[in-house]
Design a protein around this ligand. Structure first.
Ligand SMILES: [Ca+2]
Ligand SMILES: [Ca+2]
Ligand SMILES: [Ca+2]
Ligand SMILES: [Ca+2]
Length: 488
């Protein structure tokens, strides 16, 4: 379905209210409105606004130029411009009159306020949002994915998920996204198809089939109880999981940032929401061992822990971390783990449906990397249910979701590549300047569409090397056949 609030038009030269007339070239118009280089127009027609006091019918112009009034298009209303015969007329030109030449001629006529071409506009079939890319469960409560101003929100205060889905919707064969939290209700009808399944584990046989130290770890790990069952008895982790990858387009509930994905449940908290550093490290280590590419960490506070730092630092994954809900400046009072100076973490603040900082959200020009929707977020909860939650906990899964989309669409992307896409593809918003680094608010489409600079080309001389050049020094080492590690 076409979204009527984001029409694609071309040819508009009219300054909008947000781009008041200036001498400067108008800034690129807001989302969706693109101006083509050579706008098309209706041949043989002009739109002419008469100066005040001219005849209602534009008859004097007809006398001068032989044009005829096709239609009176004077906008209705009380404005000063519509009083006293200041008419906007659609004029038909005489056969043989050149439209552009007549437009210039009429523009110079003292009776005419302006004369312009009758530009053509096309409501594209949403080149960036094909119909089939809009899942049937993109419901209005999901303002963070697509904000058309519903419920008092601001149009486009969102991550442009529909536009992103035109490029990539996620994949169940894609990167593993670990939700390091209170577990996931892996039986939730809007999550179960997007759960990671441990390929080496046979469910329910009481045997650690893949020898990873955990019995029957089919969809993840309960690091708190050290068991193979990460069922969520709390709700926080299930809610985060739905924002990352609630099953999209299945006719029920919600869609996540990823319509399809591979979600690993790593339960580090008890059902009452407590844990310790050891359980956290245990959980991170499991995610590392089992190949998580992205982790989502909607938790924090308390003491800095070198052990937790080291667990993250050792992991090759990219870790999204909530900035915290104390409403304070993390540059001044660090919040862990998001304030750890790691090469592979991203600290996330929470925005609201008007693109403002949620009042509870921690911030930090240097220590928080990006903002994302985190207030009044609708998502999955245990027992096949749904509900709203607010927090940087809810913002972080949006970033983890986009990181997952990036890693799925660009399987070779390094952590630095993913971070660059997240940061450079984000919306840079004035009211986030000085609040988070770069004033960034997550944009999924921008992150997927970003053109990364190609690596610098090898400066190889085109000529053949001189004949006398000695052969390249190769260590005369016989390469033994690679040792296959014994199957674990
Ligand atoms: Ca949008
Ligand atoms: Ca196992
Ligand atoms: Ca088993
Ligand atoms: Ca769904």
């Amino acid at each position: 379905m076409i979204n009527p609030l984001n029409p694609q038009v071309n040819g508009s030269k009219v300054p909008t209210r947000s781009t008041a007339p200036t001498k400067k070239e108008a800034a690129p118009p807001a989302d969706g409105f693109v101006k083509s280089a050579k706008p098309a127009f209706e041949e043989g027609q002009l739109l002419v606004r008469l100066r005040e006091g001219m005849g209602l019918e534009g008859g004097s112009l007809t006398d001068t130029y032989g044009t005829t009034v096709n239609e009176d298009l004077t906008p209705p209303g009380e404005g000063p411009r519509v009083s006293d015969g200041s008419k906007l007329l659609l004029l038909d030109l005489k056969d043989g009159q050149d439209t552009r030449a007549m437009q210039r001629l009429l523009s110079l006529d003292p009776r005419v306020e302006y004369a312009e071409l009758n530009y053509q506009y096309t409501l594209k079939d949403q080149g960036t949002i094909p119909d089939q890319s809009l899942p049937n469960d993109l419901q209005p409560s999901l303002w963070g994915l697509n904000n058309t101003g519903q419920n008092g929100g601001k149009v486009d205060a969102d991550i442009d998920a529909p536009e992103a889905w035109a490029l990539h919707k996620g994949s169940r064969n894609g990167p593993v996204i670990a939700v390091i939290d209170t577990g996931i209700d892996y039986r939730h009808p809007d999550l179960k198809d997007n759960m990671w399944t441990n390929p080496g584990e046979i469910a329910g046989n009481g045997i650690d089939d893949d020898g990873n130290g955990v019995i029957d770890d089919v969809h993840g790990f309960n690091a708190f109880e050290n068991s193979g069952d990460p069922m969520d008895g709390h709700s926080h982790g299930t809610h985060c999981a739905g924002s990352i990858a609630g099953v999209g387009n299945n006719g029920q509930g919600v869609t996540g940032v990823n319509q399809e994905a591979s979600l690993m449940a790593v339960k580090i908290f008890s059902n009452s929401g407590s844990t310790n550093a050891a359980a956290i490290v245990r959980g991170i280590n499991y995610a590392t061992k089992m190949g998580a590419r992205i982790t989502s960490n909607s938790w924090g506070g308390g003491a800095a822990s070198q052990a937790i730092f080291d667990a993250f630092n050792t992991s090759p994954a990219l870790h999204m971390m909530a900035a915290g809900n104390d409403g304070t400046d993390n540059d001044k009072s660090p919040h862990y783990p998001s304030s750890y100076d790691l090469p592979n973490n991203v600290a996330v603040a929470a925005s609201d449906r008007n693109d403002n900082r949620a009042g509870f959200s921690c911030y930090g020009d240097k220590s928080v990397d990006i903002a994302a929707p985190g207030k009044d977020i609708f998502s999955t909860t245990p027992g096949g249910k749904y509900g709203n939650k607010s927090g940087t906990s809810m913002a972080t899964p949006h970033v983890a979701g986009v990181a997952g989309l990036i890693a799925s669409m660009y399987p070779e992307a390094s952590n630095d590549d993913i971070k660059k896409r997240l940061y450079d593809g984000a919306d840079k918003l004035p009211n986030w300047q000085g609040v988070v680094d770069g004033g960034r608010r997550l944009n999924a489409y921008g992150s997927l569409a970003l053109q990364l600079e190609a690596p610098p080309a090898q400066q190889t001389p085109p000529q053949q090397p001189p004949a006398q050049q000695p052969p390249a020094q190769q260590p005369p080492v016989e390469q033994p056949p690679a040792q296959q590690p014994p199957a674990a």
